[in-house]
Design a protein around this ligand. Structure first.
Ligand code: ACO
Length: 326
């Protein structure tokens, strides 16, 4: 197919900062514990009026401006999220309306924190098949809306944000080289939002029982994460005939510095090749990778024809990785 790559990037973060010192006043935890066990120092939290579509629109506007195209040139919108504004309509449709774009396909995609990678792996072949010309792919989550701020096992980890990219045709030899996607549904209960869907519809009881906030088995998710971060990265490299020595930058899902460090060491990458921002934002689920990508791009880190690897894992359990010739 035609070469498809990133034409522009953008991100949006709520203004309100929640620090480890703030969390010390809310649950039995300490700055020392959070920094040592996760690497997180602060995160951004959306206010009551801000939902996922609001952050998405801001990130999308920046990505479209960065791509140097008109909103009208977008003809596909995919929004990767586990915290849509509503069960339906899709957040992608809300974004389409707010951007004033008329002729697009628009849908949401649910693959946990791997959602952004799943969305890229969906949009790129759609462009190559001629279904769309320019796709807006958004990774957004406002996990604060589904976090129990009395549960120290989860509330220290998560933050809110949105990242967006515009995809379209790029010169020969550049763009996306390959993907690896995977899932292990047997681990579904390790990271779960139990109620509000068709299994456990919302009732007064489900609210009383706290079933509308995230439950997580941190240890199991950790073990899964360190395994798939490496195997997914190596699998994409193998598919496209490259090795870890060819990698210029790795943009990993930002869940925990220990997970990132473990993957980096096993892949044999030096620290300066790995993009890390979770100290400032925590785990923003689907938004972590596109926000990190946008920040690194704006800092001028990526040079033409650098090999940029993206890799993530999340609820499902799922994983995904991508290789981009910048
Ligand atoms: N402050 C202080 N103590 C805490 C806290 C806290 N915030 N949280 C847990 N502890 C305690 C535990 O209760 C436990 O105490 P105990 O030994 O008396 O029972 C002790 O600290 C150690 O707990 P562990 O679970 O062993 O700590 P661990 O080193 O595994 O770190 C963590 C926990 C950070 C959650 C880690 O397991 C992790 O990062 N897992 C991956 C989670 C993840 O990435 N989830 C997101 C996936 S992406 C998505 O889809 C949203």
């Amino acid at each position: 197919g035609i070469p498809v790559g990133v034409l522009g990037t953008g991100s949006a973060l709520p203004e309100r900062v929640l620090t480890n010192a703030d969390l010390e006043k809310m649950v039995d935890t300490s700055d020392e514990w959070i920094v040592a066990r996760t690497g997180i120092r602060e995160r951004r939290i959306a206010d009551e009026k801000t939902a996922s579509s609001d952050l998405s629109v801001e990130a999308a506007r920046k990505a479209i401006a960065d791509a140097g195209i008109d909103p009208e040139d977008i003809d596909l919108i995919i929004c990767a999220t586990v915290t849509p504004d509503y069960m339906f309509p899709a957040t992608a449709c809300l974004v389409q309306n707010r951007l004033g774009i008329k002729k697009t396909g628009a849908f949401d995609l649910s693959a946990g924190c791997s959602g952004f990678l799943y969305a890229l792996a969906t949009a790129v072949p759609m462009i190559q098949a001629g279904v769309a010309k320019n796709a807006l792919v958004i990774g957004v989550d406002t996990l604060s809306k589904i976090t129990d701020y009395t549960d120290r096992n989860t509330c220290v980890l998560f933050g809110d944000g949105a990242g967006a990219v515009v995809l379209g045709q790029v010169p020969e030899g550049r763009g996306f080289l390959g993907f690896d996607l995977g899932a292990d549904g047997s681990g579904g209960e390790q990271l779960l939002l139990a109620a509000g869907g068709s299994r456990n519809p919302a009732t007064q009881e489900s609210v009383m029982n706290g079933q509308h906030t995230i439950t997580m088995n941190g240890k199991e998710v950790f073990k899964f994460a360190v395994r798939v971060m490496n195997t997914a990265t190596e699998e994409v490299l193998r598919k496209v005939g490259l090795t870890t020595e060819d990698v210029d930058f790795l943009v990993p899902h930002q869940a925990n510095t220990r997970i990132i460090d473990y993957a980096r060491e096993r892949l044999g990458l030096p620290e300066d090749k790995v993009i890390v921002n979770l100290d400032r934002y925590g785990n923003m689920s689907s938004a972590s990778i596109p926000v990190a990508l946008d920040e690194a791009k704006r800092l001028g880190k990526f040079k033409e024809s650098d090999l940029v690897m993206l890799v993530g894992f999340g609820a499902g359990l799922t994983w995904g990785a991508a290789a981009i010739r910048w």
